[in-house]
Design a protein around this ligand. Structure first.
Ligand SMILES: [Ca+2]
Length: 438
């Protein structure tokens, strides 16, 4: 938290940070290192956030022992997958991000200043106090690491015996790397001193070659810290220098928008509240195809989904009420004239034009339907509901009256059944006795 950069090459489980100066521990974050194919990675992160236990491993996530899928939200904890990172937010004032590989970041609210311990230090604003210099004593990195090692119940983890204090590189060479013009915007935001020290140690692992490989992790971390401090490093990776592989159709960026525009959410990047992050992103002008999950495509090629079926861009579907075309992942619809019906059944069961069914026991003449929007009423349908049994709830539709504006005859033999369909094509004023209505 205080800006010190150091290197701890070990495959143990460590307390990264915990809330240790209060009687109740708001948070405790532990992470386990692992070396896979000579590459250091983080294999597991365990977070206790106000009693909620979150366990993150590559490709799997559990909360209080239950496997969950993302996005997840419960008990003041919100976990989501963003471009290249899994983000865990806790209302207590903590945001953590893991790239499911070698980078884990935790950002704490100011209220925890001077109240934390673990590898991240005491958050007192002073770089080496009380981490590597405490009560007048100086601690080596491995001593400091040992302080925060947390073995599992049946585990005795030994740190690798790498000569931590050895320097192999030239200080000026390392200084030049972090002072390079691609990091101009980082100057004054992140101190390069501790990065230069680690760089000199890194060079012990370069096997005397001029290859840049052994420095990529440190330069990558400097770049991330710069972004975290509000800077914008230029793209310093290339095909030949610390290349960062990305899935096909994606590109690597040091400072990209973590909220990915997708086919179903094409403008989320514009309302993103997170600062930029490094990782693989869709190139400008494209969005992530979250329908086929195949990569980045131009927005115009996005498919649409309806009732679980996928429609390609430009495909149509037609229903009784509208004609729709899939355009840029959205349905563009033209409304059609669309007949709906309203019915009275059994003398008391009414179903409205919009499908709402209800029961009403009347004993009077009622307006079943009329035009309300124009001054001249084009039609009115009235129904006489009367009691027709021994109990209050036995009612019948005794007669229906259709009142229209002009005087064309309507056949009384017209099959009314129990439904009246609109729009009506008759224009008349007529009264029916509804013998044929039960
Ligand atoms: Ca400190």
């Amino acid at each position: 938290f205080d800006g010190n950069y150091f290197q701890l090459p070990a495959s143990c489980n460590y307390i990264l940070t915990s809330h240790c100066s209060a009687s109740y521990e708001d948070f405790n974050i532990q992470l386990r290192h692992q070396v896979v194919n000579n590459e250091a990675t983080i294999s597991k992160v365990t977070m206790k956030l106000q009693g909620t236990v979150i366990e993150l491993t590559k490709g799997s996530l559990s909360v209080n022992g239950q496997i969950v899928t993302l996005p997840f939200s419960s008990s003041g904890v919100f976990i989501e997958k963003m471009t290249s990172y899994i983000s865990v937010k806790a209302v207590l004032g903590l945001v953590a991000m893991w790239n499911e590989d070698d980078s884990f970041m935790v950002k704490l609210d100011e209220k925890y200043k001077n109240q934390t311990c673990g590898l991240c230090g005491d958050f007192n604003g002073i770089q080496v106090y009380n981490e590597f210099i405490s009560d007048g004593n100086t601690l080596s990195v491995s001593d400091y690491g040992n302080l925060w090692k947390m073995d599992g119940p049946t585990e005795v983890c030994k740190e690798d015996t790498v000569p931590l204090e050895e320097n192999c590189g030239d200080e000026n060479f390392c200084h030049d790397i972090f002072s390079s013009s691609v990091f101009n915007d980082c100057r004054g935001r992140v101190s390069i001193d501790s990065f230069v020290q680690v760089c000199m140690k890194d060079l012990c692992h370069c096997n005397g070659t001029s290859g840049s490989f052994c420095l990529c992790k440190s330069i990558g971390e400097y770049s991330r810290q710069c972004v975290h401090a509000g800077g914008k490093p230029e793209e310093w990776r290339s095909e030949y220098f610390c290349p960062h592989p990305c899935p096909e159709s994606m590109i690597h960026q040091e400072c990209g928008n973590p909220c990915t525009d997708t086919c179903t959410n094409p403008e989320i990047g514009q309302v993103c509240e997170h600062h930029c992050i490094d990782g693989c992103f869709c190139p400008p002008g494209t969005v992530f195809d979250d329908i086929h999950n195949t990569g980045c495509i131009p927005h115009s090629e996005c498919s649409c989904v309806l009732g679980g079926k996928i429609f390609a861009s430009g495909e149509n579907y037609t229903s009784s009420c509208r004609d729709c075309t899939c355009e840029q992942g959205q349905w563009n619809c033209i409304q059609k004239d669309c007949p709906h019906s309203c019915s009275v059944e059994g003398g008391s069961h009414i179903t409205s034009y919009d499908g709402k069914a209800y029961t009403f026991h009347g004993d009077c003449t009622y307006v079943l339907s009329k035009v309300c929007t124009s001054l001249c009423t084009e039609f009115t349908v009235q129904g006489d509901l009367v009691k027709c049994g021994v109990t209050e709830t036995e009612t019948c539709l005794k007669s229906v009256t259709l009142a229209l504006l002009d005087g064309t005859n309507v056949s009384p033999k017209m099959d009314w059944k129990r439904k009246l369909n609109i729009p009506l094509s008759i224009s008349n004023l007529k009264h029916f006795q509804t013998e044929n209505i039960p």
